[in-house]
Design a binder for this molecule. Sequence first.
Ligand SMILES: Cc1ncc(COP(=O)(O)O)c(C=O)c1O
Length: 389
Amino acid sequence: MKTESDRIASMPDYPFARWGEKVRAARATGIDVIRLDIGNPDLPPPDEVIAALRSSARDPGTHGYPGYRGLPALREAIAAYYDRRFGVELDPTTEVVPLLGSKEGIVHLSLGILDPGDLVLVPDPGYPSYTMGAVIAGARVHKFPLLPERGFLPDLDAIPADIAHEATMIWLNYPNNPTAGTADLEFFTAAVEFARKHDILLCHDVPYCEVTYDGYIPPSLLQVPGAKEVAVEFNSLSKTYNMAGWRAGMAGGNRDALKSLFRVKSNIDSGMFLPVQEAAIRALSVPHDWIEARNAIYQARRKIALDGLTALGWEVPASRATLYLWARIPEGHDSEGFATKLLNEAGVSVAPGSFFGQGGEGYVRISLTAPDERIAEAMDRLDGLFKQG
Ligand SMILES: Cc1ncc(COP(=O)(O)O)c(C=O)c1O
């Protein structure tokens, strides 16, 4: 009996699912593990968002199939957010698709666009779903490096012309997971130019656009004039409003690509639970003060972590955005071995850089998703571990 396609056989388990098992095993031996590995916000969403969910869930009329396209009011709220925040106009009917979290949209767009054998350009290191979407679609992947000396921005001109010519899609993600690199409009303009020149669909993923420090305000790629002709942008409520478990996200931009995404989705999922849609509508108009107050909490944690890591002699730049610090590890370790040592010997769980591709080897990613005192405790434990030698 066949129980696995060749495509799925070629796909590794989701690395964080595997790591979760390691954390469980460490906890089972009695270790009090401080989890700084996944980007899972530990703070609650705004009160009014929870209130909107509760009140909608009490309505007996909200429990049926919610429809495929999302409420017009949700699509309008997404378009209004893009207009207010980025000055980008999106037609709520044709240029916006609500998603059950951006991850499914990333993979389903790949299924909607790619034929077996097509070529996809993917950053290394990068969020794993860009590659996995291509693998599920039976496409091939060409990885391009994100290097510290370039601020983790790719050198698009260094992608060989024949590869660029052959490619169907390219993925970018700024503010970047895992490196915390950021991009300005000049870079996005060059990326749109690259996509246009090589006739490639440019996919940008921007879930960290509201998790920022020191007053930094990231742009949307869709701000580049004409971007919608070649680009789609994914965004998410997960990190912006601490709603990771609610599964609410969005795609905006090129209407033909979004039509393919919608056709895949409408054959696979049956839309977003109506109370979650009502809550998402509410979230998208939460005053910016709420986001700033939340970011101040992350920024204080960032300082505790940076002070601790710098005292250990680690090389860690202060991120301008994202939930992460991207730390180079001491020579003589591989990143998974090093992260396993921190887990088992200090009870501090960080993400091995290799989970994001070969280009992440030599790094670990540290999430700021635990309270001040737990991050301080993690730093003390690392200090103890490395003092012991
Ligand atoms: C770069 C990036 N894209 C997409 C996602 C998926 O977010 P969600 O599916 O919760 O919207 C994540 C989650 O960590 C991410 O880091």
